[in-house]
Ligand binder design. Sequence first.
Ligand code: PHE
Length: 354
Amino acid sequence: MFVKNTQDKLNNLKQKILDQLQDAKEKKVLRDLEIKYLGRKGEFTKILRELKNLKIEEREKIGKLANQIKNELQKKFKELNSEASEFNSSASEFTDVTLSGEKIEKGHLHPITIVQNELENLFTSMGFVIEEGPELESDYYNFEALNLPKHHPARDMQDTFYVDTRKETKKNGQINTNDLVMRTHTSPVQIRAMQKYGAPLKCVVPGRVFRCEATDACHEHTFDQLEGLMIDKNISITNLIATMKELLKGIFKKDMEVRVRPGYFPFVKPGIELDIKCTICNGKKCPACKNSGWLELLPAGMVHPNVLKYGGIDPKKYSGFAFGLGLTRLAMMKYGINDIRLFNSGDLRFLKQF
Ligand code: PHE
C-alpha cells in the first residue's frame, strides 16, 4: 500500500511540476522552481528521503522510478533554461535605479600571498623570471643534485617526509631507486631552472615546502619559501649582498641594518646567513629574537661548483649566488604575527585583518 502511495505521490508531483513549467519563461523563475522541487530541501527530495522506510525490493522499485522522473525533469529544466530569457520581461516590474546598491563583501588576500606578490614584483622589475617546481619532488632534485648525496650527514638538517613509493628502475644492470620526498626547500628548482634555461640566469621561486616538525608557535610542517638564483659571468658575493639589501628595502620600505655570518649548506660555497636587526625590539633583545637582537632571515651563498655541474653549467665559465628566503618568517616579521600556526588555520578572524 505504501508503495502504491509513494508511486502516486511521485507521479502527481511530476505532473504538478510539468504544469508549472508551462508558464515559466524566465531563467529566474526556472531556477526558483528547480530549487523548490528538486533542490536539497525540495519536495522531491523529501519523498526520496522517505524511501529508507521501505523494504529493500520496494525501495529498489520506487528508487528506480524516482530517478527516472528526476532525470526527466532535470532534462526538461535544462531544455527550458536554454530557451528562457535572462531578464524579467514583464513591463509591470520596474527597477529603481536610484536605490543605493548592495555592498558586496570583498575577499582578502592571504598575508603570505601579499608578501609573495610584493617580492615577485620587485624581482621581475630587476629582470628575474618566476619559476615553479613540484611539491612532491624526487630525492635526486631535493638532495643529490644539490651536493647532498645519500647518507650525507647534512641531510639531517632538514627533517624530511619521505614518501613511500620506491620506484626501482634498472639501467645498465644497476638498480636506481627513485624515492620521492615532500620537498624540504625550494632549492631543487635551482637545478630544474639551470637545466631548463642554462646560463646566464636570474630567477626566483616562491613555493610551499614541508618538514617533519613538531609544531609550535615558531615551527610548522608546511611553510613558504622564496628561492633566488642568479648565474652569470663574474658574479661575486658583493652582488649577493647588494641584492639582499635591495630585497629588504623593498619589503620593509627602509634601509635595514644587516649582519652576515658564515652558514653551512652543502649546495653553496661559501655559505652565509644574513640576519636583520630584530624588528620587534629594534636590537634591544627580546624573546622573538631569542634575546640576540638579530633575526635569522636569509640563508644564502655562492652556488657550489658541483651544483652548477649538476645543472649542466660550466663552473669554470660561470658563477652564481643563491638564497632561500623564509616567506612565512618574513610575513610574521612584517605584520608582527607571533604564531606561525595562524597562517594555515583558516581562521577568518586572522585572515580578515589583511
Ligand atoms: N634551502 C636552504 C634551506 O631551506 C636555504 C638556502 C637556499 C641556503 C639557498 C643557501 C642558498 O634551509
